[in-house]
Design a protein around this ligand. Sequence first.
Ligand code: ZN
Length: 417
Amino acid sequence: MRRARPRHGRCASPARPAPARARSALALALLPLLAALLLALPSSAFSLRPPHDTRTLSDAQVSALLNLPPEPWKAVDAGHMEHLLVERVSGTPGNKKVQNYLSSVFTKLGWHVETDTFSASTPHGEVEFTNLIYTFDAAAPRKLVLAAHFDSKWFAEGGFIGATDSAAPVAFLLDTAEALTPLLSARRARVAAGAPLLTAHLDEGEAAETSLQIVLFDGEEAFQAWTATDSVYGSRHLAAKWETTYLAPELQRRRQSPTPTVLDGIDVLVLLDLLGAPNPALQSHYRGTDWLFDALASADARVRPLTNSSGEWFAAQRGWGGGIDDDHRPFLTRGVPVLHLIANPFPEVWHRMADNKDALDLETCRRWCAVMRVFVAEYLHLAPDDGVVRREDRSEEPQGRAGESASRGPLTPVSDL
Ligand SMILES: [Zn+2]
């Protein structure tokens, strides 16, 4: 979360306050000091209360969500994975082929497809990179961003296909999109029909202001040794671009700065990397998103009995301080809240030819897909059994709210940001 900058300036106070007003004048004079003290507190002091309400699904709803198509993977190299487990070094035909495949999945789902192509100088000369940005509703003013990198690391001898790095995380996000698109579409239809109040406690017109966006970065891998300039080419480019891309007036809503940029519209960047091997250990790296890490761990605890996977993945310990560099860095330094989901320690096969389908564990991958479905559904207030407004729910509607919400009307799609 962004913290306001302290204001500098003199505080005027009466030269000779009347006795009756002396105490209130003193209190007024102390206000700037109190404000300065609050601003000096670490960000962890502000992370106790989640900045976003989530919806807790019942066990039956969790079960129903896991039963939505697509079916759980039958093999680690089946379905999407067979298209991703190939060499896909940035700037090569293999990379382009994977881009086309990924975009075909989202085009079929009816999502907004945006590509961010640019060239950058690397130790291998000028290379063309393309970030892929997929959005369910590009007209929504806020986004929950799920991200992973789709490029694979270059090795002189060739043959590296990065199954955990990061073909599997990309495949988890495809599953999330496929499973939740029907729920998001049903919500859009309800809002467009002018019936956005699903229950007395869930205004879908408001919930739909936050949409789901999946960003697949190119050029995460260094061509040589990892440095600040030979790494995360795609995320550095996209974060810098979005920092100076201002939102159109119709996309500006509540809780935003007077001149919001695309970055201001990101609720949180959830970055997945190095996942798919069995028994991952994950830590919460940033105090501001501890509460989201807890939400993820809660989702995992509830899906675990429904999968054949066991063991605790999410560490209770806090204060890791985000010591692992990755695609989130250019966003984090610009004030975007980050949830970094990376196995730490890294998988044993990291940056070895053995990072292939044999490094992936079927039950672990299925559990990741299940966890992400529940986590994202609860964040976006989606449930598999949401449908027409039930009579008993309508009777709970407080006076005035239904008409108030409906008056906002359907969201207007725009072509691009
Ligand atoms: Zn890597």
